[in-house]
Design a protein around this ligand. Structure first.
Ligand SMILES: NC(=O)c1ccc[n+]([C@@H]2O[C@H](COP(=O)([O-])OP(=O)(O)OC[C@H]3O[C@@H](n4cnc5c(N)ncnc54)[C@H](O)[C@@H]3O)[C@@H](O)[C@H]2O)c1
Length: 350
């Protein structure tokens, strides 16, 4: 079993070292910071709920939602940074969900050819996935994360107190990524999830903390071995190929799109990897147990148009992450025609 026991650990990636901080609150972190060079980027929700954190600090607030992850926001933030009078020693701290950490990491990577940055993820999805790994992307139109960098933050602060204010729907979105890790890497995590619900994790701080750390351990291990996504990092895209196609098309939250994407990947896996259909059925049940969707109507033609813009595509196929069994995933180039067939099959089973 993979473990991540230290409360603070510096992990070295090809593009930089990252401090993973588990034992410090956001209040303590901010107290010890040089406030002159610090600029906080957050969204309207977090700014309102946690306004007490931000007194006397430079803070820039972006609108809530995936729509903010675009060039317009990057332009707006750049202008505000210049107005504040920032220089190359500015430190950008993104406090928020995956949208905020993606925006902050992307901006920090290109502003004045790069300034230092850190993350304090506030959503479950951010803590288990989005804030980790150094991918920082924004969307252009329907093309998801099409502009991006691979660049590591100085630190990631895991203050689980933030989760006390996380809306119910965002808990289930976070579990989509957790179920992803369990399916591709970790049979015992999968078994644990099967025996629990969102409520059990919400009511048991220790159980939740251990689960978050286990996801962090998986992601750091994989990214540590393959930061540039030439090999096994691609496994983390399980469920994400179809998810990216439908996320913008139907304005779905990322976690919900990943849930549908996992079901579609399992259906393709039955044909292409010999996945037992009973496993697909059990994964569907698990997703539902965590209040995630497994069925929706999809316009296959429109979804395919977006899929063909995917970063993982070649001319006629896409590297698709498929499951042989729980804990055993593999990457296979799938011809567009096969993916289209699977989407049609999914749509007809709706
Ligand atoms: N860079 C990566 O490797 C990576 C990986 C996975 C996902 N992502 C990206 O992450 C994004 C999804 O992240 P997300 O699910 O966190 O979405 P999000 O950032 O939109 O946050 C979801 C909602 O929860 C609210 N929220 C967050 N924390 C809160 C808190 N503590 N209290 C109250 N409300 C809170 C936000 O305001 C927002 O309304 C997508 O854009 C996705 O592409 C990036």
């Amino acid at each position: 079993m993979i473990t991540f026991d230290a409360m603070q650990e510096t992990i070295s990636f090809q593009s930089g070292n990252v401090d993973f901080i588990f034992n410090t609150s956001i209040e303590e972190l901010l107290k010890n910071y040089d406030k002159n060079n610090l600029v906080i980027i957050t969204n309207e929700h977090i700014a309102r709920i946690y306004d007490h954190l931000f007194t006397g600090l430079h803070i820039i607030i972006v609108p809530v939602g995936e729509h903010a992850k675009d060039m317009h926001t990057i332009g707006m933030l750049t202008k505000e940074l210049l107005q504040i009078g920032t220089a190359r020693n500015t430190f950008l701290l993104g406090i928020g969900g995956g949208v905020i950490t993606d925006i902050t990491g992307f901006l920090a990577s290109i502003f004045m050819r790069g300034v230092k940055f850190g993350f304090a993820p506030t959503s479950l999805l951010g803590m288990v996935d989005a804030a980790i790994g150094g991918k920082n992307g924004i969307n252009i139109g329907l093309a998801k994360n099409i502009l991006g960098t691979i660049n590591q933050p100085e630190f990631i602060l895991f203050d689980t107190h933030f989760l006390k204010t996380l809306p119910a729907i965002e808990w289930s979105n976070g579990f989509a990524e957790i179920i992803k890790y369990a399916c591709i890497f970790d049979v015992s995590m999968y078994d644990e999830l099967c025996n629990n619900t969102i409520s059990t994790y919400k009511d048991d701080d220790r159980l939740l903390f251990d689960l978050i750390k286990r996801c962090v351990a998986w992601k750091t291990k994989i990214v540590g071995e393959d930061e540039q996504e030439k090999g096994n990092r691609k496994l983390l895209n399980f469920g994400h190929t179809a998810a990216h196609a439908i996320e913008h098309l139907y304005e779905l939250p990322h976690g919900k799109a990943v849930s549908i994407g996992i079901v579609i990947a399992c259906m393709i896996s039955e044909n292409s990897c010999g996945l037992n259909p009973l496993v697909t059925k059990r994964i569907r049940q698990l997703l539902q147990q965590f209040h995630l969707p497994v069925r929706m109507e999809i316009n296959t033609g429109k979804a395919m148009e977006i899929l063909k813009m995917d970063k993982k595509r070649n001319n006629t196929n896409i590297d698709y992450v498929l499951l042989k069994e729980i804990g055993n995933a593999q990457i296979k180039p799938m011809p567009f025609i096969e993916i289209e067939k699977a989407l049609n099959l999914y749509a007809s089973n709706h």
